[in-house]
Design a protein around this ligand. Structure first.
Ligand code: ZN
Length: 564
């Protein structure tokens, strides 16, 4: 077993080496392939993890997992690597992992955005949202503040500038902390805050903060209710315009066996679910019920609350987001998908219930003091840089300092990384095991005389979810039903029935009630998880025929029968 370290973040070459090492050491369980090439020409790696000797990956229900589509959200890659490591270590030892890899397949893309991650991991870090391609314009902004490590200490911090109109003042409780100036207050020392950087074409008076030259957001570029740039910042020129997004979309669309997915992001410590752009009222009730059950188990296994992106994770109460991967997986592929925001420094610091993005708009100063205390005790002060004077080439004397967010807020500090990403494997395995799964209930050939045989195939869904997965997939006809086929050799003849029979969807147990006492009396469980096909075949005794059942999501099974 390769000795992967989870107390560090991997740059591209090291990450690639780890993945190739896994593939070389575990050829029976992991195959590595590139699903596309990034803007800067890096291969986008995808690990297919399953017990290959028990069936081709495409014949098994699958589960998609990706990370690091946003450039600085590096712990997403780590969570994927850690999960792969857990699967490889656990196969043959852990009963759930073994069953899961025997019967299901994981498609894991640890770093969707290798270019942006490489920028974030360079020294000093260059922090952008997603892609490194200049967008929407080819050139950098002509004026305004360009965020960069201006004093060359390897960090991009904040600048505080004394200014009588500044909205901040130094806290009396902790001199490191800036707190809002009171509404009518005057006569004190006030500060303006800006990101560390230089000002292009500074006129000595006005400081603009233009959007970054690299304005793409890959997680707004998916074809889920995609909206143009004027409505959705970072959307890209057209749906799936960016090679990284296009690679993911093309791969998932070509793998209809994918029954669910998780996209790892940072941060907030929450399991987010679709829709992002519409109220829960827009979801079929059945899907909402199932989402809640999966979320409750997610909370039990990971410690993260499960929340609706629309109702609980809005950047502005009047804004929605569109073009996200989890929405596309749900809305277009019709499967249950999540955005997992890894890591919550607020929770680490002992700030109890907090409402994600809303917390940034408003929270008590006590919360900031708790965060500083946590920084001093748990991080040995590494997360917050005390303010220090700096002679800025354009602004004169300023102070640099403040939170160093990359490995404090945006990602777990390396020493706390493994503990954080160890939360997920159990839930991911459980989630994958929810999928529908085809199995033979009965397969028989009965001799009726005169070289005539009755072939009877009964197929069952042994999984928890129905074969269609979501109600939405059923309503919008996004998923084909079960197909049962007979393959006859030369000399055999079908005398009744059609060689290919369509059998529709198979029920699962996901929507069964919680009590055996139903609304109108007792509960009834007819065998809607089974389907039957029958054929009459004319063939000589000893003929070998083949029967195959396949469903785009629930898998494919086949068996040979010897007529006797
Ligand atoms: Zn993100």
């Amino acid at each position: 077993m390769p000795d992967t370290r989870f107390d560090q973040y991997y740059r591209y070459d090291a990450l690639s080496a780890v993945l190739h090492d896994y593939a070389a050491r575990h050829p029976a369980l992991l195959r590595l392939a590139s699903i596309g090439t990034s803007h800067e020409g890096r291969a986008i790696w995808l690990a297919t993890v399953t017990a290959f000797e028990l069936g081709d990956d495409r014949d098994k229900p699958g589960f998609w997992i990706d990370g690091n589509i946003h450039a600085p959200e590096l712990a997403g890659s780590s969570a994927c690597l850690y999960f792969i490591h857990t699967l490889l270590e656990g196969y043959g030892r852990d009963a759930d992992i073994t069953r899961c890899l025997d019967t299901r397949v994981f498609y894991i893309c640890p770093r969707v955005n290798p270019d942006g991650a490489e920028w974030a991991l360079s020294e000093p870090p260059a922090i952008i949202r997603s892609g490194t391609r200049a967008y929407p314009y080819d050139e950098a902004p002509a004026r305004g503040l360009i965020r960069e490590d201006i004093d060359g200490d390897g960090r991009v911090l904040s600048m505080r500038i004394a200014d009588p109109d500044g909205p901040w003042k130094i806290s009396t409780q902790d001199p490191r902390l800036l707190v809002p100036r009171e509404a009518t207050e005057s006569g004190g020392d006030y500060y303006r805050l800006l990101p560390e950087g230089r000002i292009e074409n500074y006129d000595g008076a006005l400081i603009h903060t233009p959007p970054p030259a690299q304005g793409l957001d890959f997680n707004r570029n998916f074809p889920a209710k995609w909206r143009e740039e004027a409505e959705q910042t970072g959307a890209g020129p057209f749906p799936a315009s960016e090679p990284e997004v296009h690679s993911v979309v093309r791969f998932i669309a070509a793998h209809p066996n994918i029954c669910g997915g998780v996209a790892f992001h940072c941060y907030s410590g929450v399991l987010l679910r679709p829709l992002s752009y519409e109220s829960d009222d827009a979801l079929p009730a059945e899907d909402l019920w199932v989402y809640r059950k999966i979320g409750a188990q997610g909370t039990a296994l990971t410690g993260y609350p499960a929340a609706s992106a629309f109702h609980e994770f809005r950047y502005h109460p009047k804004d929605i987001i569109t073009g996200a991967l989890d929405d596309w997986l749900y809305e277009q592929q019709g499967v249950f998908a999540w955005t997992v925001e890894i890591w919550s420094p607020q929770r680490e610091a002992g700030i109890g219930e907090y409402r994600y993005i809303d917390w940034y708009r408003d929270h008590p100063i006590e919360d900031d003091l708790k965060l500083l205390k946590w920084n001093d005790a748990a991080l040995n002060g590494a997360g917050f840089v005390p303010w220090y004077p700096y002679d800025h080439p354009q602004l004169g004397r300023v102070e640099l300092g403040g939170w160093d967010p990359l490995f404090t807020f945006w990602n777990p500090p390396p020493a706390l990384l493994e503990k954080e990403i160890a939360r997920f494997p159990q839930w991911l395995v459980w989630h994958a095991l929810l999928s529908p799964q085809l199995e033979w209930h009965e397969l028989s050939a009965t001799a009726l005389g005169n070289d005539t045989y009755l072939i009877r195939a009964v197929v069952r869904n042994s999984g928890w979810l129905p074969s269609n997965i979501t109600q939405l997939a059923l309503d919008k006809k996004r998923v084909r039903g079960l197909v049962c086929e007979l393959d006859l050799p030369a000399g055999a003849r079908l005398s009744q029935g059609e060689a290919r029979i369509e059998l529709g969807q198979l029920e699962g147990r996901a929507l069964k009630p919680a009590s055996t006492f139903g609304w109108a009396g007792g509960v009834s469980d007819p065998t809607r998880n089974r389907a039957k096909a029958e054929w009459l075949v004319q063939a000589a005794p000893g003929t070998v025929i083949s029967v195959r059942a396949r469903h785009p999501r629930a898998g494919a099974i086949s068996r040979e029968l010897i007529l006797s």
